[in-house]
Design a protein around this ligand. Structure first.
Ligand SMILES: *[C@@H]1O[C@H](CO)[C@@H](O)[C@H](O)[C@H]1NC(C)=O
Ligand SMILES: *[C@@H]1O[C@H](CO)[C@@H](O)[C@H](O)[C@H]1NC(C)=O
Length: 193
């Protein structure tokens, strides 16, 4: 047990991106249904015979960025037998990961179809939000920059909703749920392996 906990901590420390694969008929029964958290890619419905890949991504992590294109390719190849659900996992050592993830949750609520285009936008532009590049900026300045840039991507009509969303505790809580799910996923994956 002690060693198990240690392994999990190691995983959390080293996992920049972690893909946990669950066959729905098997161990995923122990997990809450994916619809409670995460973004289903391409609106693929998950049926009982398909394999669900749960990917945990940090929008400002280079490894997540690099993992996404091959995962998308694999999905296109094996579709419809494979589905992908992306959970956002803002890593604690990426200063702007939480606000970026929060903005993604807000946009997902406003327009589900804009979620993956925006995730890809973050991947493409994430360098601007790395720790070093934003070291001299306040949290508010970074959040404003993200809101303004994201508005350009998703449309002007979203500006005020994005601003108010960042002040809404519900979006904060939603962003935390993914992280809690990740911890459970890792525990289950470890103890079942
Ligand atoms: C929702 O997002 C999609 C993809 O970005 C876009 O094509 C569509 O126009 C958006 N819908 C609204 C109502 O803004
Ligand atoms: C941050 O401020 C320091 C000291 O003024 C400066 O040397 C550094 O280049 C600045 N960094 C950025 C990314 O602007």
């Amino acid at each position: 047990m002690q060693e198990g906990k240690h392994r999990i901590l190691m995983l959390l420390q080293t996992a920049w991106v972690l893909l946990v694969v669950f066959v729905l008929k098997g161990c995923a029964q122990n997990l809450p249904p994916a619809k409670y958290d995460g973004f289903v890619y391409d609106h693929h419905l998950v049926d009982s015979d398909s394999i669900l890949i749960e990917a945990f991504f940090d929008p400002v992590c280079p490894d997540s960025r690099d993992a996404w294109p091959p995962l998308k390719k694999a999905l296109q190849h094996y579709s419809p037998r494979v589905s992908v659900v992306v959970h956002l996992l803002p890593l604690p050592y990426h200063d702007n990961a939480f606000v970026s993830s929060r903005v993604l949750h807000i946009v997902n609520q406003l327009n589900t179809s804009a979620t993956f285009p925006l995730l890809e936008w973050f991947f493409k532009n994430q360098e601007k939000y790395y720790n070093v590049q934003t070291r001299n900026l306040s949290r508010v300045a970074v959040a404003n920059d993200i809101v303004n840039s994201v508005t350009e991507v998703v449309g002007n009509s979203y500006h005020s909703d994005l601003e108010s969303g960042l002040n809404d505790r519900k979006t904060d809580l939603k962003t935390r749920v993914s992280f809690k799910r990740f911890k459970r996923g890792v525990c289950n994956a470890y103890f079942l392996s």
